[in-house]
Design a protein around this ligand. Structure first.
Ligand code: F6P
Length: 549
């Protein structure tokens, strides 16, 4: 019997049933009372590890909730599943693959076996190749076809081959080589490519074609446009491609067929999921921007959280706690979304990055055994950097009818301090978490002299959960820690829900249908359409529109 079938179905587990009963009793309990009854709550319900401080005291939980959540993790064999991931077991069962993003940051002497082969030396060989290439481009030793040095780097990729690179570039811009311009093209909407290249010189531009499969329609379409743009700018000399294109992929055959010299290909492996790949060769643009030493520091940060996740008791384990709280909020409090709110401008793309990490991983409707789940799985992640969101959607978080747990992320230091800005920024983080938890009672509103008719409008119910994550400052190492924190929180949630967090079959159907529709849009003669009447009419309408000048 496999490990997954030995475990009771989620709703049959004693801890799940106990949590359901416990939730009934807790429903009326307000965070105001929980804090009033326990003067140490704010210190007790906080954990610090690897330089990340997590305050989870403003969640709607008691010590019993935590105990039951930890019990749920044990009944779900979380420890066994963590060990299975770290030892290279094929835990991505629907694709029969190991899940080894942790090997991407393993120390050089480590041994992690996949099908009996230690993968760590290969990981370090690719890192060394990336470092040597990055040094050559950054120093100007790598020249373009006409002998000019490279000034612009464009990463072409989508999903995990874009969101990680662009997020990391933005997050670590402070550390980046400012004489190089970095752009990221992902959308098959041609405007993305046109805008990214309109002011650039082909002779000074390097394209990184990032695609695990090297078959993704958007990326391949953009890559072809990039090749045309380059060749058009460089007198149609096909030899130019070798100096201006490199590839990051697992598919050497397709890379070569595209015309990229496989000597300029940076490999990775099928045991790295796209959304878990920003620290693989997919991070080549990151390394070009921040340099190899900073990239290695980022890997060190990842590794510290990996070790913490693997070796720490669940009660003190940051990713486990975050994952269990996410399950509690999602399945018992019925909160359908999570807002991620970084109070750090450099993390402006972090919520978008997390959307793929969390939702492509845990947006699943069947268990590992293929049975329809009887509970909610992955919540919707979204967010914007603070304080901008405060003047936009926070109204709904504070006074709307839905419960939206929030993750606030903030730092002790601004990377470039400017007057009073940072204290004002941080005051807002703490104020928001406080306002969400404690709100403002009708009595407090009346005591302010508010006219009776306005009182209900000015009441804040409070009791709205949040986590606050604090770190010293946003360094490459800390970015690695933050990403690993969420990766392992997502893992924890997936184990509880008993789903495959590492496949993404849900993106296939639309891809296949689009491939079928493309020729129907492009054909000269009116095609025989066999879709539903809505799709048929839309296609005909579009064909009419595109004929008009
Ligand atoms: O959207 C589906 C997906 O397969 C993602 O998981 C992946 O990150 C993205 O497409 C890009 O895939 P590739 O790197 O193979 O081009």
């Amino acid at each position: 019997m496999s490990a997954t079938t030995r475990i009771k179905s989620l709703i049959e587990r004693p801890a799940w049933k106990a949590l359901a009963a416990h939730h009934q009793r807790l429903q009326k309990l307000h965070l105001r009372k929980l804090f009033a009854d326990d003067p140490t709550r704010g210190e007790r319900l906080a954990v610090e590890a690897a330089g990340l401080y997590l305050d989870y005291s403003k969640n709607r939980i008691t010590d019993r909730t935590l105990k039951l959540l930890v019990q749920l993790a044990e009944e779900s064999d979380l420890s066994g599943r963590i060990a299975a991931m770290f030892s290279g077991d094929k835990i991505n069962t629907t694709e029969n693959r190991a899940v080894l993003h942790v090997a991407l940051r393993a120390p050089i002497g480590a041994t992690i076996l996949v099908d009996g082969k230690n993968v760590v030396p290969e990981v370090h060989a690719v890192l060394a190749k990336m470092a040597s290439f990055s040094d050559r481009v950054r120093s100007g030793a790598w020249k373009g076809h006409t002998g000019k040095r490279i000034k612009n780097v464009i990463n072409i990729g989508i999903g995990g081959s874009d969101l990680g690179p662009v997020m990391a570039y933005e997050a670590l811009k402070h550390y980046s080589e400012r004489s190089l311009t970095f752009r990221f093209v992902s959308n098959v909407d041609g405007i993305d490519f046109v805008e990214a290249t309109r002011d650039l010189e082909p002779a000074e531009t390097l394209f990184i074609i990032s695609s695990k499969t090297f078959t993704t329609l958007e990326t391949m379409t953009n890559a072809q446009s990039a090749r045309d743009w380059l060749l058009h700018g460089l007198g149609r000399d096909r030899k130019a491609v070798a100096r201006h294109f490199v590839a990051v992929s697992t598919n050497a055959e397709k890379v070569s067929a595209f015309g990229i010299d496989t000597a300029n290909m940076f490999g990775f492996w099928d045991w790295v999921g796209g959304r878990y790949s920003m620290d693989s060769a997919i991070g080549l643009s990151t390394m070009l921007a921040i340099g190899p030493d900073n990239f290695y520091a980022m890997l060190k940060g990842f590794r510290e959280i990996d070790e913490h996740f693997r070796n720490t008791s669940f009660e003190r384990n940051l990713p486990v706690l975050m994952g269990l709280l996410a399950v509690w909020n999602n399945d018992f409090l019925g909160a359908p979304t999570v807002a991620v709110l970084p109070y750090e401008q450099y993390l402006k793309r972090f919520p978008a990055y997390l959307q793929q990490l969390t939702m492509e991983s845990n947006g699943k409707h069947v268990t590992l055994a293929g049975k329809k789940v009887e509970y909610q799985t992955g919540p919707i992640y979204w967010g914007e950097p603070g304080t901008n969101g405060q003047h936009s959607f926070y109204q709904l978080i504070h006074q709307g009818t839905r419960l939206i747990p929030c993750d606030f992320i903030a730092f002790g230091h601004a990377l470039t301090p400017l007057g009073r800005h940072h204290d004002i920024l941080l005051a807002n983080v703490f104020a928001q978490a406080e306002a969400l938890a404690f709100g403002k009672t009708p009595e407090e509103v009346i005591a302010e002299g508010t006219p009776a008719a306005l009182v209900p409008h000015r009441v804040f119910e409070g009791n709205r959960p949040s986590n606050v994550i604090l770190a010293d400052r946003l360094t490459p190492e800390v970015l690695g820690k933050l990403v690993a924190l969420y990766e392992h929180s997502v893992f924890t949630q997936g184990i509880i829900w008993n789903i495959d967090s590492f496949d993404q079959w849900g993106v296939e159907l639309g891809k296949v249908l689009a491939q079928r529709i493309v020729p129907e849009l492009e054909s000269k003669a009116a095609p025989k359409l066999k879709h539903d009447t809505s799709t048929n009419t839309l296609i005909r309408h579009y064909r009419t529109l595109r004929q008009t000048k």
